[in-house]
Design a protein around this ligand. Structure first.
Ligand code: NAD
Length: 335
């Protein structure tokens, strides 16, 4: 297969591209290498990919309409894994336009490329944040997701709606994956695991929001990359069981699917910190702070539908995943 992976210099993108290359696929990795976080980390991820045969890098912005149209016309992709996006909940309160450009304009450009060049399957990153203020646990794909609490979440929900229209109008198979707090080696410097590890090693206090009363379903990046590739291999088809009189949001009369991909195990923030402390052999100094705007209190994935669809669900225990992250962090930053 020839696959376009957008956001290939990003955390999840690198792991997905590696997995596709390892099984012999040809991968075109696209990224604009923006400076939302340390660009040298993105460059190091790319260097790893460039050492593998079958990889080609294209530096391009997904919001560049002509650039994306030419890329699709030149390349003829069998599949697209669209992960490039402006990520981060909190930053969306400060810089909303970055989310409109990358996540909405960029997404239409992907859809148009797939539509005009008969791509076999578009798999794209949605997010657990679409569940917004919902408190029904675990979060299931059949739940209503009409109450986002950040613009980031709204753009991800919008992606699902936009994908549905293209699946309906043009028969384009699309699958959205709602990622639940992904962590692991090569992780993002703006996320809790990275921030906490760095601060603890530098003997600085860590900032613990909502006074520690939060829960997250932490999902190991290898499990996520495995899920993305399995899903890519299984495009949806129109669901014969879909009943428009009682429409199930998870499926459709069109070749459209959306799945949670999470660890089925919500972990209290203080337990998560305890795990990091054990892996580092150091104790954190905690600054307890109120809830941040845009944050949700808890996430917890129902992954039954994913398991039935691809035969595997994330299962890496948190202790193990954190130990792998800490080992990577210490060797990469030589600390
Ligand atoms: N990591 C998580 O816990 C998590 C959770 C839910 C959803 N997601 C989604 O998964 C995807 C990947 O996330 P990640 O954690 O790897 O983030 P990341 O920021 O490490 O990766 C995204 C990559 O996309 C690139 N990019 C951003 N805007 C671009 C643009 N306009 N044009 C081209 N490239 C652009 C960035 O340079 C970056 O390398 C994103 O869509 C994100 O919203 C991630």
């Amino acid at each position: 297969m020839k696959v376009l992976v957008t956001g290939a210099a990003g955390f999840i993108g690198m792991h997905v591209a590696q997995r596709l290359l390892a099984r012999g696929d040809e991968v075109v990795g696209l990224d604009n290498l923006n400076d939302y976080y340390d660009v040298s980390l993105k460059e190091s991820r790319l260097e790893r990919l460039q050492r593998q045969p079958g990889f080609r890098f294209v530096r391009l912005d997904v919001a560049d309409r002509e650039g994306i149209a030419s890329l699709f016309a030149e390349q003829g992709f069998d599949g697209v894994v669209h992960l490039a996006a402006q990520a981060g909940v909190r930053y969306s309160l400060r810089n909303p336009h970055a989310y409109v450009d990358s996540n909405l304009v960029g997404f239409v450009n992907m859809l148009e490329g797939c539509r005009h060049h008969k791509v076999g399957h578009l798999v794209y990153a949605s997010s657990s944040s679409v569940y917004g203020g919902n408190t029904k646990m675990p979060f299931a794909e059949a739940d209503a997701v009409d109450h986002p609490v950040s613009l980031y979440a709204a753009t991800k929900k919008a992606n699902e709606l936009m994908a549905h229209t293209y699946s309906h109008l043009y028969g384009l198979p699309t699958t959205g994956l709602r990622f639940f707090t992904v962590y692991g080696p090569w992780g993002r410097p703006d996320m809790a695991l990275f921030l906490f590890t760095k601060a603890i090693l530098e003997q600085r206090p860590i900032e613990v929001y909502n006074f520690g009363h939060m829960q997250r379903d932490f999902t190991y990046v290898d499990d996520v990359a495995d899920g993305v590739v399995r899903v890519l291999d299984r495009p949806g088809s129109p669901d014969a069981a879909f009943d428009a009189a009682r429409p199930n949001p998870a499926t459709s009369h069109a070749p459209y699917r959306v799945f949670n991909i999470g660890n089925r195990n919500p972990v209290p923030l203080l337990d998560f910190i305890g795990c990091i402390e054990r892996a580092l052999g150091k104790t954190a100094e905690k600054r307890l702070l109120p809830l941040q705007d845009g944050d949700v209190l808890a996430t917890y994935a129902d992954v039954q539908a994913l398991g039935e669809w691809v035969g595997a669900v994330p299962a890496t225990p948190l202790e193990q995943g954190i130990a792998s992250f800490v080992a990577w962090y210490r060797s990469y930053y030589r600390v």
